[in-house]
Design a protein. Structure first.
Length: 290
């Protein structure tokens, strides 16, 4: 029998902890933590993420602001807004929701964020600090995954871990965090050019699937007793639902779960933890600034 990793439950616990801390901070006469978000265009997933982030902020007693722009917004307008948020003393942290439209240089946008307000941990300064193990903001999804592993007391030391996908926001950073002292996993990153990918996955004690391909990880690729963390959140057609779509993970859950020791569901696994990481980073930003 496998253990279902309940990200929603853990996220609620952490939100409660954050809410208590916010009350403490306010009692000490400190300001209300304030997280801002910039959203460009009409991408459905991005709108959902950002709407949820606003809701999360309300739940824990943070202030939140949302700045929306049309998909054809000029890059310099975005850069100007980022400059304003960098200089706004009331804003403790902010994020620019990705992906951005093709005409906007994503790297340039990320590099224009003040690293001390980079709640997403995407700025090269924060990535660099993460790589050498210095304190800084960790990217939200990897941070959430590590926290899930810790709270479920899943052993990582000496374990073979495969990360499927090498994105800047999930695959690469989570591979770095898992190999660091304290986590001590032996990590392999596999991607679209990897040879014998299926064999590498099959030999792994811990599988992190972060490629965005529904059902990619099949039961025959998974060793009995493996830990499976599914980061996929692809919208697929589902005429039976109210919205007409549902979220699909990268793992064929129904067939893979019976072989696992631990597995995350989609939705309700990694997703809620990503959102909570953002709140944790914002709180950290507040503390660092005072
Ligand atoms: N797009 C998908 N995931 C994320 C995230 O964690 N942060 C931002 N800013 N954009 C995303």
């Amino acid at each position: 029998m496998y253990t279902l990793i309940d990200g929603k439950k853990i996220a609620s616990e952490i939100k409660r902890e954050i809410a208590e801390e916010v009350i403490r901070l306010k009692k000490e006469g400190r300001k209300t933590p304030h997280l801002a978000a910039i959203l460009v265009g009409n991408d459905g997933s991005s709108q959902t993420y950002v709407a949820n982030k606003v809701k999360d902020c309300e739940e824990v007693g943070f202030r939140s602001s949302l700045f929306k722009y049309d998909a054809d917004v000029a890059e310099e307008i975005l850069l100007y807004k980022i400059g304003e948020l960098n200089n706004d003393n009331d804003v403790d942290g902010f994020i620019v929701q990705l992906p951005l439209p093709d005409h906007i240089n994503e790297n340039k946008v990320i590099e224009s964020i003040d690293p001390s307000k980079d709640a997403d941990g995407f700025h090269p300064v924060n990535i660099g600090k993460m790589v050498i193990g210095l304190p800084g903001f960790l990217p939200a999804t990897p941070y959430g995954i590590i926290e899930l592993i810790k709270r479920y007391k899943i052993e990582t030391s000496g374990k073979r871990c495969v990360v499927i996908g090498r994105s800047n926001i999930v695959g690469r950073p989570v591979s770095i965090l898992l190999s660091q002292k304290g986590m001590d996993a032996t990590v392999t990153v596999v991607h679209s050019r990897t040879k014998n990918l299926e064999n590498i996955v099959k030999e792994s004690d811990i599988i992190i699937a972060a490629l965005g391909s529904p059902g990619f990880v099949r039961a025959d690729m998974v060793k009995t007793g493996a830990v499976v963390i599914d980061v996929g959140t692809t919208r697929i057609n589902a005429p039976e639902t109210k919205t007409g779509w549902k979220l699909a993970g990268d793992v064929d859950f129904n067939n893979v779960a019976p072989k696992c020791s631990y597995i995350t569901p989609v939705p309700g696994g990694v997703g809620p933890m990503t959102r909570v990481s953002l709140l944790r980073n914002t709180l950290e930003a507040v503390k660092m600034r005072r």
